[in-house]
Design a binder for this molecule. Sequence first.
Ligand code: NAP
Ligand code: MG
Length: 453
Amino acid sequence: MPNVTLYNPTTEEAISTLPSASVEETDAVIAKAKAAGPVWRAIAPADRARLMRRYADVIADHAQELGEMETRNMGMTIGNSVWCANNASNVMHYFAGAIEKFGGSTLPVASGVNLTFPEPLGVVGLIAPWNFPMMMAGWKLGPAIAAGNTAVLKPAEITPHTSVRLGELALEAGIPEGVINVVVGSGGNVGWRFVTHPDVRKVSFTGSTEVGKRIMAGCAEQVKRVTLELGGKSANIVFADADLEKAAAAAPGAVFDNSGQDCCARSRILVERSAFDRFLQLLIAAAKEFTIGDPMLPSSAMGPLVTKEHLATVRSFSDGLDTVFTSDVPTGPGYWHPTMIATPTDANARVVREEVFGPVVVVIPFDDEADAIRIANDTEYGLSGSIWTRDGAKALRVSRAMEAGTISVNSNSSVRYWTPFGGFKQSGLGREHSMRVLDHYTELKNVFISTEA
Ligand code: NAP
Ligand code: MG
């Protein structure tokens, strides 16, 4: 079993060395999850709901500890990481409630009746990325176990700490052994084994589009169920009639939050030409307020990037980039990258088309509503987006015309666990959150019962 050493991206100091599971060890965990399936499903729904609620409370009780752990591991600001812990707790509460509300239907047919049963799939494989480790774990574990499945969760190998802790807390809360299993290891060993192992009946993956495509192809071999939450290049559309001050004040957070390492990052700001210069001034002023520093300090709006390797990837976009604003960064150790605003004119520039996953935003002018929609949709991605306007009808027209799954109007905030979340086009497949996600963690069985005499 090889070991993986992890570093605090703020201090560059080693924080832990963890064993990395082999394929054989992964198989043993999958077997344990399979054995726990009947145990979990034998518990009455109300009691399973109670256990999940207790788990939710235990997570909330440990929110500060979990938040600090996440911040040390990957550099997210402490406010965000504690929020993520509470979000994971809330997701558990929501899906605890779902257990007693989710069911099938009764359909009258000639000479009988049809009953539908949403049946658990069995063991589900959950693969999480490094950018929101604990929150992604919560988003997947909640619906997976509420639907009656047992789960094997693979955090990104570089950000396993909070997932491991969530696994321990599940046992503390009384969730039976084997229902929630956390396997620390690489994508190639552990993640890919979820794809190829016949007892894993579904893979729910959040990560890059590139790896997502490979997982989907691998799952095809067994017609395995798959949900994909992938990358994005989301548009933040600002019309000239918008509250420009409000839109500009919100824009840095919409792309620089979590150091830009956010699948929903609004990394392309599209501004109506007549308001372009004014908005850019306001945006630069707002970006100056977005301070970079030690993520443990509540005064920091942004911390470092996750690793030295990821810093190099982001620099491959930003080195030599012609910017209208580049922030300062702290001196000394840490994987710091400045926030940057650029106004490139080449629509095919890499920084315009590809997901940077760092604190770099491009600002692009548009002529009218149709032009805004054309530019917004001119991407292989379709995860998120925002529209700023005082014209309600226009906001609705543009929302409907955007090829993206998760849109906000006069706000950056579009992700809530009781509303569906997911991407169009190459940003994903299937949805997370809301009662609808339960369809992705169950098989619908249809039973006909004859009533003939
Ligand atoms: P990634 O490289 O695709 O990795 C995601 C996860 O997949 C990690 O746990 C990784 O394991 C694992 N993995 C890698 N190769 C694998 C393989 N061949 N088989 C099975 N599993 C494999 O993504 P990332 O760099 O961690 O995260 C950044 C990406 O995630 C961005 O593109 C971002 O947009 C996307 N994202 C999307 C959402 C959304 O909801 N749409 C949310 C957050 C992030 P190891 O790294 O441990 O090897
Ligand atoms: Mg990766």
